[in-house]
Each structure stands twice: as C-alpha cells, then as structure tokens.
Write a protein that binds this ligand. Structure first.
Ligand code: C2E
Ligand code: CA
Ligand code: CA
Length: 265
C-alpha cells in the first residue's frame, strides 16, 4: 500500500499535533545473532499514523523534524516508549535511533530520567547514532557518549561506511558496535565482498560488535557469517513489526524467540 504524498507534506506544527494526538508509534525489527539465530536486539523504528489509517515512514517526516528541532521531542518520546514496551522482553536489548541534535540539549539527564521512570535496565539499551553526524559536534558528543556508556548503555555507529567520516568516528568516539550500511550488503559481489570482509575485520580488531543491516537473501547471510559478522538484521529474518507482534514473538516475556534462518544453526 503506498502512502498518498499529499498526506505527507508535514510542517513542525503537524508533527507536534500528531505527537499530542498519539499518532506516533514504534515498530521493532529483530536483530539476530549470526551464530545462534536468536533475536538478541530489536531496533525501534518510528512510524506515524495518518488520518487515512496508513503509516508514514521516517523519510516522510524526519527531515522536517530535524530541521525544525522537533526531532528532540520525537526522540524523547521514542526513547520513553521503547523503554516502556521493552520491559516486556527480558533478556532482549532495545536499540533506539538518536539524532545528533538530541545530543546537544540535556540528553544525559533525559536518558537518566527515562530509565528511572520506566525501570528499564541500562544494560539492555542501545543507542544508534548515524554516521551522518557533523564532525564539528564530535568533541561534545565524546563526553556524552562516554557518560552514557558509564551508565551501562551501549553505543552503536549506524550506517557505517555510508559517509566520509566513519573512520574518524571509529578512532575518536567511544563505541560498542558498528552497523554496516545496507548499501554494502545490497551490492555484495566478489569485489565488495572483500570490502565488507575488511570492514568486519576492522570492527572486530577494534573489539566492536559488528552488525550487518539490510540482509535480504540467504547468499548475503552466508557471506556475512563467513566474513565474521556477529549480528544480522534485514527482511530475510523479519520486517519491522508492531509491538503486539513482538510480544507474540517473545511469548509475552520469554526471550527465547528463534526466528527461522536458512542455514544458521
Ligand atoms: P536505519 O536506522 O538505518 O534503519 C534501517 C532502515 O532500513 C529501516 O527503515 C528499516 O525498515 C529498513 N530495513 C531494514 N531491513 C531492511 C532490508 O532488508 N531491506 C531494505 N530495503 N530495508 C530494510 P525505516 O524504518 O524507514 O527508517 C529509516 C531511517 O529513519 C532509519 O534508518 C533511521 O535512520 C531513521 N529513524 C527511524 N526511527 C527513528 C527514530 O526513532 N529516531 C531517529 N532519530 N531516527 C529514526
Ligand atoms: Ca538504526
Ligand atoms: Ca542503518
């Protein structure tokens, strides 16, 4: 079902109103262990319910949210919601995407408050920071990410390899994980295979967890496991699902959900 474009030309006020009217929701996409095929993490991905009943995806509203600064309100809402809903899935980590803008204003206090209010264990929270991140913000980000990690929260560098600055961030930012950008996985052939293998090795040598996203075929899965990826995410395993389906997946509390993965034991 395609979304009517005339429904998705949003302003900041539209987004604020939609937040007030409870139109935002989170979908969750499983991330599986490459070795055990178990869901180790679910990534929270924001959606907005339109009056027609259709769902708008982040590409329809994130740009306006970023430009207007409203992404901080939205991001706080997403963190609160993910921590509340994630309480139902013991043993599973919850990854939340954060915008570089959120790191600028009182983010540490916001995270502490949300963890206190929800009782969500920090060692089950991962924050994904995109590689499309302004280099000039790095000194400020460093201290904040270090403080978040002190709380037990893990930090992932998302979309790794998609921009120009990935290597600088690897050297300078306190990280736990890299997520290899979908573009590398999409175009896997003998040549980019070498590139992906090298990226995986780089991450592993730095002691980071390496996740590949956008895995759609069992050939990609095999190549990524062989390359040494720790975790895989993509439509091959599951599309992003509404909270109710994730509850079902985990049997409303049991963390032993095992997705069907061709070839993984
Ligand atoms: P991302 O963090 O890189 O998330 C992965 C995107 O790829 C998601 O798109 C997901 O639905 C899609 N995807 C997952 N597996 C596959 C696959 O196998 N094939 C293909 N073709 N696509 C796949 P989505 O949900 O539209 O999100 C787009 C982007 O919006 C995210 O990219 C993230 O950067 C941003 N985003 C989503 N939720 C939030 C949020 O709560 N806060 C912030 N700041 N950004 C968010
Ligand atoms: Ca992400
Ligand atoms: Ca990504």
């Amino acid at each position: 079902m395609t979304v009517d474009r005339s429904e998705t030309a949003f302003t900041r006020d539209d987004l604020a109103q939609a937040l007030q009217r409870n139109q935002f929701t989170l979908y969750y996409q499983p991330i599986v262990s490459a070795t055990t095929a178990r869901t180790v993490t679910v990534e929270a991905l924001m959606r907005m319910r339109l009056p027609s009943g259709q769902l708008a995806s982040p590409q329809d509203f994130l740009e306006v949210a970023e430009q207007s600064g409203f992404v901080c309100d939205l991001g706080e809402w997403a963190l609160q919601r993910a921590c509340s809903e994630g309480l139902n899935w013991p043993g599973v980590c919850v990854a939340v995407n954060i915008s570089p803008k959120q790191l600028q204003f009182g983010f540490l206090n916001t995270v502490r408050r949300i963890l206190n209010e929800t009782g969500f264990p920090p060692d089950r929270l991962e924050l994904e920071l995109t590689e499309h991140f302004p280099v000039e913000d790095m000194p400020r980000a460093y201290a904040k990410l270090a403080a978040l990690r002190k709380l037990g929260i893990r930090v992932a560098l998302d979309d790794f390899g998609a921009g120009y600055s990935g290597l600088i961030y690897l050297r300078k930012l306190p990280l736990d994980k890299i997520k290899i950008d979908r573009a590398f996985v999409e175009s896997m052939d003998p040549e980019s295979d070498i590139l992906v293998r090298s990226i995986v090795q780089l991450g592993r040598n730095l002691g980071l967890t390496v996740t590949a996203e956008g895995v759609e075929t069992s050939e990609q899965q095999r190549a990524l496991i062989e390359a040494g990826c720790h975790e895989l995410q993509g439509y091959l395993f599951s599309r992003p699902l509404p909270c109710a389906d994730i509850n079902t997946l985990f049997g409303c509390g049991s963390a032993s959900a095992r997705l069907r993965i061709a070839g993984a034991s």
